[in-house]
Design a protein around this ligand. Structure first.
Ligand code: G3H
Ligand code: 13P
Ligand code: ZN
Length: 346
């Protein structure tokens, strides 16, 4: 099956009342693990690559791996999405490569760090839509600013500053209307990476869960029931995965993720795309560390990349079941970009 426009995957998810995991990839093992998980759970899926991933995989390798994935599992609807595009030029590179969806992250400037003004965000996101829709390509935009900077994305805001940059539901309505985007990434207090909370118990020093403004999602859904929302920074950072890393020589204290129940609450209120990268990185790292610790003489890469692929697959299966996309791969006939162009042209 050729790659599907993400808009269709989100529209169908809205009809079915479920969410769809958008999983970041950098290499063959991740793509294979996602596709095996989607096949076993019969799930539509979104595969996404960041600018860093495009650079690491040297573009053409990623394109060919995605073609292989579609060829191997022709019954699975898959969308290929650019994560955190920083300029129209980056979007064009991804579209030329065959991506069926792009994110224009106009919440930040081209450096991926400095917050843009609202007007700048509207202007660049609108331009992204004008460039992409005539090609049938889906556009995700972002309003508000995520916390954290540890993976290179984000303004490095403190927990307190994050509260001032949450998505304003009234502005969201104006933003969607002025830009014409397909999916709206919201800032509700999540951040990228494994350390999602700067909060500590003042007495014990113990790390406390991040506070999420789920009420913003509820309010946006009430105002715009047909708006597809996106939750970034939505890894759950399971303690058991962190424990494996630490048991085999890693040092990752004080991690915290987003509880699955909060994501499920979001899904009930219009969240259709859930971004998960860190959980797969944790599973991969733990599995490799375990082999290295238990079999120090091992040097056949298949002996550690194989278990890493299996560990990531389990994470993807768990998320596909939790988000509700499992069982929905065969619900609809996938559209081509040409068909999508006509829909946008109406
Ligand atoms: O948006 C954040 C994703 O986790 C991608 O991270 O830029 O290190 O590939 P990355
Ligand atoms: P995590 O770091 O929580 O996995 O978030 C990934 C993400 O939002 C990618 O855009
Ligand atoms: Zn993100």
């Amino acid at each position: 099956m050729p790659l599907v426009p993400m808009r269709q995957i989100l529209d169908e998810a809205a009809k079915g009342g479920y969410g769809v995991g958008a999983f970041n990839v950098n290499n063959m093992e991740q793509i294979q693990a996602i596709m095996e998980a989607a096949n076993e759970t019969n799930s539509p899926v979104i595969i996404q690559a960041s600018r860093g991933a495009l650079q690491y995989s040297r573009l053409i390798y990623l394109k060919k791996l995605m073609e292989a994935a579609c060829e191997e599992y022709p019954h699975i609807p898959v969308s290929m999405h650019l994560d955190h595009g920083n300029s129209l030029k980056t979007l064009k590179t991804a579209i030329d490569l065959g991506f069926t969806s792009v994110m224009m992250d106009g919440s930040l400037g081209e450096d991926g760090k400095t917050p843009n003004t609202y007007e700048q965000n509207v202007e660049i996101t609108r331009a992204a839509v004008e460039m992409s829709h005539p090609l049938g390509v889906t556009v995700e935009g972002e309003l508000g600013v995520l916390g954290g900077i540890e993976d290179g994305h984000g303004a490095g805001l403190t927990d307190r500053q994050v509260q001032d940059h949450l998505t304003d539901p009234n502005q969201a309505e104006d933003f969607v209307q002025k830009t014409g985007l397909d999916a709206l990434a919201v800032a509700i207090g999540t951040s990228h990476g494994a350390y999602k909370s700067g909060r500590k118990d003042p007495k014990t020093g113990e790390v406390l869960p991040p506070t999420l403004a789920m009420d913003r999602i509820h309010a946006i859904h009430e105002k715009m029931p047909n708006c597809h929302m996106v939750m970034h920074g939505s890894s759950s950072v399971p303690q058991e995965l962190v424990d494996i890393i630490n048991q085999y020589g890693g040092k990752m204290p004080g991690t915290f993720g987003i509880p699955i129940e909060q994501i499920q609450d979001g899904i009930k209120h219009g969240v259709r795309k859930i971004n998960v990268d860190t959980d797969s990185r944790l599973a991969c790292t733990g599995a490799i560390r375990k082999v290295f610790a238990e079999k120090p003489a091992e040097f056949d890469m298949r002996k550690y990349l194989g278990p890493a692929r299996d560990a990531m697959k389990q994470v993807y299966i768990d998320r596909m079941l939790a988000f509700g996309q499992a069982g929905h791969a065969g619900d609809y006939t996938p559209m081509s970009l040409d068909e999508m162009k006509k829909v946008y042209g109406k």
